[in-house]
Design a protein around this ligand. Structure first.
Ligand SMILES: [Zn+2]
Length: 400
């Protein structure tokens, strides 16, 4: 395959920009070592990046005996991205600078309608709100990333399938294009969350991390890379792998799926069916699960339900471990965050019982670190990944 000079130049830019982006600060010498490029090439590319306003020299570090080395860092002021979390229970729109520092957030409950048109309108309203709040031109955004629950197929057809929202083949991109001129990316929220935890959270420093996303639906993403810079991630419909023969009916039409045992609605239903359970005070799913977690502090039906949840979750994780041998499993998602602190020890114990010991021994199971903003933050990484891969901003409406 022949590469033109321009391709080569872009590849070099992408490699150096990616390295600078993922390090706190990098010197030209470090960049030479990391990229294998000559000192001259590094200098040329770095001056381009500085001239374009993407990178700045910030102070210097002492080198042994020689003159101090200038350190390079990406400039947060270069531009902003939006990350959107279309969740099962809420929509969150976050404005971040492109180094992923949060600048403004808007959150909306999805109480009334899950209709794609209505969801898209809410998202567009949110983008207007957060950009207006900090005085950013929405058309000048570097990109907009959207995380949706369920399998988002982003191919030539751009169709979104999100069973938890009742969406089957929705052209979300077309609906959002009515108000978004910046490059637009849509992906599965387990994947965006995985990327967020890998870049900024509990997956940092690992080479194979599985992020288990617990909500009403249940999903998992595998993120791999020598460090965060090489992340590629794949998602799976982990929630619909069977953990019980002839088990509880699942909304996918099968029986005994993991989601039918560890999904938020499934946990609440299982609790209410138990003798001795008491009605919830709250009306929404998130608050009810929080009530359940609080009730589990004393022995009784709530504690029993969460014990059982931990066992099934441990089995689900053990299956992932035996298939994919990760070095880290991160329990995330809003439900993971709510019940995770209560069930983590039991989940670890169950996973240890069910996984091959030599695979379990190289593994740590941890809670996600990024809290409720993680999916929006992860969605904001989608345009950034593209910018890093291109070595610079992606033109609006460019083919993906
Ligand atoms: Zn299922």
């Amino acid at each position: 395959m022949r590469h033109t000079t321009r391709d080569l130049r872009r590849r070099n830019r992408a490699a150096l920009l990616t390295h600078i982006y993922h390090q706190d600060a990098a010197s030209r010498l470090e960049l030479m070592h990391a990229s294998g490029l000559s000192s001259g090439s590094v200098s040329n590319v770095v001056s381009d990046l500085v001239n374009d306003g993407m990178v700045a020299e910030v102070g210097s570090e002492d080198s042994d005996g020689g003159r101090p080395r200038a350190l390079l860092r990406v400039r947060p002021e270069f531009g902003d991205v939006v990350g959107v979390d279309i969740g099962e229970t809420h929509i969150q729109v976050g404005l971040f600078d492109w180094t992923l520092r949060a600048r403004a957030t808007a959150t909306y409950a999805i109480a009334e309608s899950l209709e794609p048109e209505s969801v898209a309108r809410t998202v567009l309203g949110g983008i207007e709100k957060v950009t207006a709040e900090v005085g950013v031109d929405p058309d000048g955004l570097l990109g907009v990333g959207v995380g949706v629950p369920g399998a988002a197929r982003v191919g030539p057809s751009n169709l979104v399938y999100a069973p938890t929202l009742g969406w089957s083949g929705v052209r979300l991109d077309e609906l959002l294009r009515r108000g978004v001129r910046a490059p637009l990316y849509i992906d599965n929220c387990a994947r965006t969350l995985g990327q967020a935890e890998m870049w900024r959270g509990a997956g940092r420093g690992t080479s194979r991390t599985i992020v288990a996303l617990l909500g009403v639906g249940v999903g998992a993403a595998l993120a791999t890379g020598p460090d965060a810079s090489g992340v590629t991630s794949t998602t799976s419909e982990w929630g619909h792998t069977v953990v019980e023969v002839g088990g509880v009916a699942c909304r996918c039409g099968s029986q005994g799926c993991l989601e039918a045992y560890v999904g938020a609605e499934a946990i609440l239903t299982s609790y209410l069916e138990r003798p001795g359970s008491e009605p919830f005070e709250a009306t929404d799913t998130e608050a009810r699960l929080a009530e359940l977690a609080a009730r589990a502090a004393v022995p009784g039906p709530a504690a029993e339900v969460l014990d059982s949840t931990a066992e099934y979750l441990g089995i689900g994780i053990a299956n992932l471990v035996n298939l994919l041998s990760p070095d880290r499993v991160v329990l995330a998602g809003w439900a993971g965050q709510t019940i995770g602190p209560v069930i983590l020890p039991a989940v670890r114990a169950a996973a240890r019982r069910h996984a091959l010991y030599y695979l379990y021994d190289q593994l740590r199971i941890e809670l996600g670190e990024l809290g409720s903003d993680a999916v929006a933050l992860g969605a904001a990484t989608l345009p950034v990944v593209r910018i890093l891969a291109m070595g610079g901003p992606v033109p609006a409406n460019a083919p993906r």
